[in-house]
Design a protein around this ligand. Structure first.
Ligand code: ADP
Ligand code: MG
Length: 326
């Protein structure tokens, strides 16, 4: 009995001193809005964690940016058709994984989409459909099979002159994964990295409950139609309802099929759940290109991957494992 009293006191004290709160900061990184949320003991501690995450994201941006002429990615692009470029192992393996996703999606996802001629404009300025031959010509430099990797010295060679790679559909997901991994390593118990809809969570809320992710319909943004409790998986939403052009009653949206040069049709929003945000990000873009039927079929064949697709009529479709019970 003697021991119980001091032990009890200690428990109370430790509970008070360890009370943690949720801290959030919104920043512009990689040309997009990032919301970083961490659970920490104090504002000061949270600021330190958030700064570490920001530095990590900026480091990745310097590596993969196609805008920064000094990035290793720009160097690869500038040497297209000329010579291989030796890059950091990190960039080399990112490109290798991207090519893996191209193979998995049979070319619906392709980082060499970046060399596509810009013949489609989704700002209301187009008056007629481009000619079929112009559309075909626009993708003549696109093709992941012409990205040549040399494992021995981490070099990347784009075979065709004018070829380019870009990480627009995978980079934010990769940055969100890296920021999460860094903060976990630093002992942050729970948090959310939200890179403009590329969401990565870990741990629990301060009340011990899992984080909840609200899914909205782009046709009615104020209406949340699903609240998903998230596990350790990432959830990424791709979709820009405003960016489209309409010809002959067909609505063409801003994500273009890199194999044909035609914009995707039928789908207005895709959310993907996957173990990593990088994969979820790339698959969300791919499913746009595949369309609803092939996209659902594709996801239903993959382990640990789920998706929610919204078509142009606002109808919501779920992959088999997350179908809400009727
Ligand atoms: P967002 O991040 O805008 O929600 P996505 O994740 O779908 O949208 O990424 C769209 C970006 O991905 C485009 O702006 C372009 O840079 C790039 N992209 C478009 N189509 C493809 C494709 N088929 N394969 C790889 N990258 C693509
Ligand atoms: Mg994407």
């Amino acid at each position: 009995m003697k021991f119980l009293v001091p032990l009890y006191c200690f428990l109370i004290v430790s509970q008070v001193t360890l009370a943690q709160s949720t801290y959030k900061k919104t920043l512009k990184l990689m040309g997009s809005r990032f919301d970083i949320t961490v659970i920490a003991d104090s504002q000061e501690q949270a600021n330190g964690f958030i700064n570490d995450a920001v530095e990590e994201i900026q480091r990745i941006e310097r590596l993969i940016s196609s805008w920064d002429p000094n990035s290793q990615t720009s160097l690869i692009n500038s040497q297209a058709g000329i010579k291989p470029v030796v890059v950091d192992l990190e960039l080399f393996t990112l490109i290798k994984r991207a090519i893996g996703i191209s193979k998995l999606t049979q070319g619906a996802f392709d980082i060499s989409y970046a060399s596509m001629d810009k013949i489609w404009h989704f700002d209301g300025s187009m008056t007629k459909m481009p000619e079929a031959s112009t559309i075909k010509q626009s993708v003549s430099k696109v093709g992941y099979k012409n990205i040549i990797l040399d494992e021995a010295n981490h070099s990347v060679f784009l075979k065709l002159k004018g070829m380019k790679i870009g990480f627009g559909a995978i980079g934010k997901g990769y940055a969100a994964d890296q920021a999460k991994a860094l903060l976990k390593e630093k002992g942050v118990q729970g948090g959310i990295i939200n890179a403009s809809g590329d969401m990565n969570t870990w741990g629990y809320q301060t009340n011990g409950k899992p984080w909840q992710i609200a899914i909205t319909n782009p046709l009615n943004k104020d209406h949340v139609f699903a609240m998903l409790p998230v596990d350790d998986r990432a959830i990424v939403t791709s979709g820009n309802y405003e960016k489209y052009v309409k010809f002959n009653n067909t609505r063409y949206t801003h994500i273009i099929d890199p194999r044909t040069g035609y914009p995707s049709t039928g789908v207005i929003s895709v959310s993907v759940l996957a173990p990593k945000a990088e994969l979820a990000d790339a698959l969300a873009t791919s499913i746009f290109v595949m369309g609803k039927d092939i996209g659902l079929d594709f996801v239903n064949q993959l382990e640990q991957i789920d998706c929610i697709i919204i078509d142009e009529n606002g109808t919501v479709f779920y992959s088999n494992n997350i179908k809400p019970k009727k």
